[in-house]
Design a protein around this ligand. Structure first.
Ligand SMILES: [Zn+2]
Length: 378
C-alpha cells in the first residue's frame, strides 16, 4: 500500500488515508511534501520529527511493516543514520525476548525514493496519489547478530568538607561517547564530536580539578560522571541511575553539560527547571539565575527549549533526563544546535574556547552554591 505523504484530514488539500485498509499490509509512506507545497510547510513535512508523526498515524492501522522514504532534508538524515542503524546498541536485559509474532511495533524501515522503484507508483513522482501497488509483494529477511559489548561510565568524587553534608552529592554529568564513523565527507569519516560532547567532558575535568585543588572543598561531596552511550539512547546514564555508585537519594542535584562550546557568545539554553515534572527542578533554575546574574557579563539564558512538549523534545534528549526520572532536580545547559551537529565537521577548531570557559565557570559556581547550601534545592 502506498499512502503518499501520509497527509491526514487536517491537511486542507488531501487525505492520504481515505478509504485505504492498511491492516496486515506493507505500507510505504514518503516523508516529504507534494509538488507546489510552500517552503515553510515543506520544511515541516521533511523534518526528522515528521517521521515519527507519520509512523504514529500509520501504527493504529496495524500494518505488517512500514517503509518510510525520506526526501529533502531527510535524505541527509538517512545518510548519517544508516550506518548507525545497522549497529544498534541496547542495554543488556534479563527480560525474555518477545517473539516476532508478538511484536507490538511492526518492522519499520527507512529508505530514499528512487524513480522506478517497486516501492513506488509506476508514475512516481508525477503520480503521488495513495494507491494499492498491485502485484507487488515485499518480503524482508533481517538477520540479527548479537554481540555483547561492555561500555564504561567514568566516575569521580571530590569529597566534601562538612561531616554532616559530605554523604550527599552534587552531581555533574557529560557524555564522552559520540556517533563514531559516518559516511566520508571530503575524505573524513571520523565524527569527532568536539562540541557533542567533548566540550562538556572537558568542562567537567576542569571543574573537578578546580574543586579538588581548592584550599576549601565544598561542604557536600561532588560527583562527576562521564557517561557512555548517550548517543545510543542515554544508555550510560540509564545504567548509572539504576545502579548508582552512591545512594540515589544522596544526589541532591544533577548538572548536565552537553554541547557547550558554540554559537553566539552570550547565548546559553537552560533546560529542566520548567520541563521537569512536579516543579522538582524549579528551585535549581532559580539558583542558576542568581549565580548567572552575579557574573560581570552574565549569559542571556534562553528557555525556549525548557518545555516537556517542545516539538524537538530537547528535555528528553540528554543524560539529565534519567536523573530527573529518579526525582533528582536537574539543570541541563547547552549552547545549542548548529550545522555541524552529528557530522564529521563537529571539529575542535570550531569551538569557542572563551565561551566554553565561561560556561564552565558558571557551572562551577552553580555547583558550589548547591554544594555549600545546607538546604536541598527543592
Ligand atoms: Zn550530546
Amino acid at each position: 500500500m502506498f499512502v503518499g505523504y501520509g497527509l491526514t484530514q487536517n491537511n486542507p488539500k488531501r487525505d492520504d488515508f481515505a478509504g485505504l485498509n492498511l491492516t496486515g499490509k506493507v505500507v510505504v509512506v514518503v516523508n516529504g511534501a507534494p509538488a507546489g507545497t510552500d517552503s515553510a510547510r515543506r520544511e515541516q513535512l521533511e523534518a526528522q520529527g515528521a517521521i515519527s508523526d507519520r509512523i504514529g498515524q500509520i501504527l493504529p492501522h496495524r500494518p505488517a511493516a512500514i517503509i518510510v522514504l525520506l526526501t529533502g532534508k531527510g535524505t541527509e538524515l538517512f545518510e548519517q543514520s544508516a550506518p548507525q542503524l545497522e549497529r544498534a546498541v541496547a542495554l543488556r536485559t534479563n527480560a525474555p525476548e518477545v517473539p516476532e509474532s508478538e511484536r507490538v511495533i511492526p518492522m519499520i524501515m527507512l529508505g530514499v525514493p528512487v524513480v522506478g522503484s517497486p516501492l513506488l507508483p509506476t508514475g512516481w513522482p508525477t503520480d503521488d496519489k495513495p494507491q494499492v501497488l498491485t502485484g507487488r509483494k515485499f518480503t524482508a529477511h533481517v538477520e540479527q547478530v548479537k554481540t555483547p559489548i561492555t561500555g564504561y561510565n567514568v566516575a569521580a568524587v571530590v569529597r566534601g568538607s562538612d561531616p554532616s553534608l559530605r554523604n550527599t552529592y552534587v552531581a555533574y554529568g557529560a557524555h564522552y561517547d559520540h556517533v563514531g564513523i559516518l559516511n566520508a565527507v571530503g575524505g573524513d569519516s571520523i565524527a569527532n564530536g568536539a562540541d557533542d560532547d567533548g566540550s562538556g567532558s572537558m568542562s567537567l575535568l576542569a571543574i573537578a580539578r578546580v574543586m579538588q585543588q581548592a584550599p576549601v572543598k565544598p561542604r557536600r561531596s561532588v560527583l562527576f560522571v562521564w557517561h557512555i552511550g548517550e548517543e545510543k539512547g542515554l544508555l550510560g546514564s540509564s545504567w548509572f541511575t539504576d545502579h548508582p555508585t552512591v545512594p540515589i537519594d544522596s544526589i541532591v542535584a544533577q548538572l548536565n553539560a552537553d554541547m557547550i562550546g558554540r554559537n553566539a557568545d552570550t547565548l546559553l539554553y537552560v533546560v529542566g527547571p520548567l520541563a521537569a515534572p512536579n516543579n522538582q527542578s524549579k528551585r535549581l533554575g532559580a539558583i542558576l539565575d542568581s549565580v548567572n546574574a552575579a557574573f560581570p557579563t552574565p549569559f542571556r539564558l534562553n528557555r525556549e527549549w525548557d518545555s516537556a512538549t517542545h516539538p524537538e523534545h530537547i528535555y528528553e534528549r540528554s543524560d539529565h533526563f534519567n536523573y530527573a526520572r529518579k526525582g533528582i532536580p536537574i539543570v541541563f545547559v547547552t549552547t545549542g544546535l548548529h550545522d555541524d551537529y552529528h557530522k564529521v565537521s563537529d571539529e575542535a577548531r570550531k569551538i569557542d574556547f572563551a565561551k566554553l570557559a565561561r560556561v564552565t565557570r558558571l557551572m562551577t559556581e552553580m555547583g558550589r552554591a548547591v554544594a555549600n547550601s545546607p538546604k536541598r534545592p527543592r
